[in-house]
Design a protein around this ligand. Structure first.
Ligand code: ME8
Length: 516
């Protein structure tokens, strides 16, 4: 049974409009899914978290029912992902029956196994983060994560025996030191585990916007509901003998679960414990990445510093923003965003290095060979190609390791080498020469430039799916740009005689705004 590269994003609270932070995680998942697809099968899940007090409050403030509110907002989230050239395989909403069924079944199973029990919750609650907090964890009486006011709760509740999983969690963390990345988050989670775990309240009373607890009385705590989306979407049944279970286990355990670092605890402590309680395995990797900041503050729906992600994609092109997000900082760290920074990278790296390479190559090809890819006869062809034979495997390894910046740096070695050959070998001079050696050198050079661009389009495709498809089109290629790398990326596969179709600049220059 062939395993599928299963990658997920958090399901986003649908309490307001999506912003660039949501686009960021979703784009990263898209890059991984597209990369995995160059050598196998992948499955990419994203979606929205519709229940809970935060969403109910947003709906009430807008004077609508929560369900109507969610129905109205879902298209905005989907259109943001579309605007960023994201191609997900499934988009889950937690109000869907396929999800509610699983949440109730898991609840029943845990109750039957004695993993949950009835008690009383007395403590604080942060609505923004939908998180229960012990008095001792508050910072100056406020939520330690988002700094907002918390409310006092005193209610009967169902508790999940999280504390019973502490030893197994510690063991798992020690045996798999790379299962939580980056290292800073791993260490933080270890510190929490070493400090001890409390049981977790997983129901809410006096509040109705959630999944009913079988038997009635209260609704499931939104985080308990939300985490289960990762298995409800791929059809968890818990019935080991069924065909559905076999399908489920082609996907589960997930290969990579992407989250922002503020929700690492839910995904690396609570989530594996719940999975173990129902007899499933923990995901292979939870990667808790850093934040996009403005003036040192996390961009957020409620902070009001959210950049209009649609306008950004419009201004620079979605692929250029995708490139910036992955190139700007080592994946995992926080980084600050500004339009000026995007514009600088855009003009220098995409416009000059890559865009000009495409434009110059195709213009020379038009001039010297009527636009058709020449037939090389020179040994240098294979010499140059041989230098890059290992590049695709290196790029893929970096991408699948989530070292996006390294993947781009490695790819740029080819961009730089091609540009350097134009400068060094001066095709315009070769073209003027009457001698056959120069003519052969020109053919060899022009062939390598075309072949190099074909490689670049494929290698950069996971990161810039739309612009690379345009480069592909201009190269006159009709095979798929997202094909299998092993097969397609053999130097010399570009068929001589292919007629290129130069078009508009792939990354037209943009004006850099004056710093504010
Ligand atoms: O936490 N920088 O939903 P949410 C980078 N519903 N990434 C950011 C970001 C920023 N400034 N802001 C948001 C929830 N994100 C829960 C999740 S999962 C079972 C339930 C991204 O709408 C990042 O991935 O608050 C972060 O973890 C997520 O959006 C939070 O989205």
């Amino acid at each position: 049974m062939e395993r599928v590269y299963y990658v997920t994003t958090p399901i986003y609270y649908i309490s307001g409009n999506p912003h660039i932070g949501h686009a960021y995680t979703t784009v990263v998942a898209d890059v991984l899914a597209r990369t995995a697809r160059t050598s196998g099968e992948s499955y990419f899940l994203t979606g929205v978290d519709e229940h809970g007090q935060k969403v109910a409050n947003a709906a009430a403030a807008a004077g609508t029912s929560p369900q109507e509110w969610c129905d109205r907002l879902v298209p905005r989230w989907k259109s943001l992902f579309e605007a960023y050239n994201v191609r997900y395989d499934d988009f889950i909403r937690t109000t869907e029956p396929r999800h509610e069924r699983v949440v109730q079944a898991v609840f029943e199973r845990l109750r039957a196994n004695g993993d949950i029990y009835m008690g009383t919750y007395e403590g604080w609650y942060c609505v923004n983060d939908e998180t229960f907090w012990l008095e001792s964890r508050l910072v100056e009486g406020r939520c330690p994560t988002c700094g907002r006011e918390v409310q006092w709760l005193s209610e009967d509740a169902w508790f999940f025996r999280l504390s019973a999983y502490r030893d197994r969690l510690l063991e798992h963390f020690r045996a798999h030191p790379d299962w939580v990345r980056p290292r800073s988050v791993y260490n933080e989670m270890m510190a929490i585990l070493e400090g001890g775990l409390e049981d977790l309240s997983i129901s809410r009373q006096n509040f109705s916007w959630g999944i009913q607890i079988p038997g009635g009385g209260s609704v499931v705590y939104v985080w308990f509901d939300a985490l289960l989306n990762y298995i409800s979407a791929i059809g968890w049944t818990g019935n080991a003998d069924s065909a559905a279970d076999e399908r489920f286990h082609r996907f589960w355990p997930a290969r990579t679960q992407l989250v922002g670092k503020e929700i690492a605890r839910f995904h690396t402590i609570i989530w594996p414990a719940v999975l173990w309680a129902i007899g499933e395995r923990a995901p292979e990797l939870v990667y808790a990445h850093g934040w996009i900041t403005v003036d040192g503050q996390k961009i957020g729906k409620s902070l009001g510093n959210a950049v209009d992600a649609f306008a950004l994609a419009e201004r620079f092109g979605a692929d250029a923003v995708r490139y910036f997000l992955l190139r700007e900082a080592p994946f995992g760290s926080d980084f600050s965003y500004s339009e000026e920074k995007i514009a600088q990278r855009y003009n220098a790296e995409l416009g000059n290095d890559l865009g000009n390479l495409v434009r110059r190559t195709l213009a020379m090809l038009a001039k010297y060979y009527g636009g058709a890819v020449p037939k090389p006869q020179d040994a240098r062809v294979s010499e140059f190609g041989a230098r890059f034979a290992a590049l695709p495997a290196r790029v893929r390894a970096h991408l699948l390791q989530l070292d996006f910046r390294e993947a781009l740096t490695a790819t740029w070695e080819l961009v730089t080498a091609l540009n350097r050959r134009i400068d060094d070998e001066k095709p315009w001079a070769l073209a003027k020469s009457e001698n056959e050696r120069d003519a052969a050198a020109l053919r060899a050079l022009m062939y390598d430039l075309c072949e190099g661009l074909r490689w670049l389009a494929m290698l950069l495709h996971p990161i810039m799916p739309e612009r690379t498809a345009e480069i592909w089109r201009q190269l006159g290629l009709s095979t798929p740009v997202d094909g299998d790398w092993e097969q397609a990326l053999q130097w010399g596969r570009f068929e001589s005689g292919t007629v290129t179709k130069p078009g508009d600049a792939v990354f037209p220059r943009i004006e850099i705004p004056a710093p504010a």
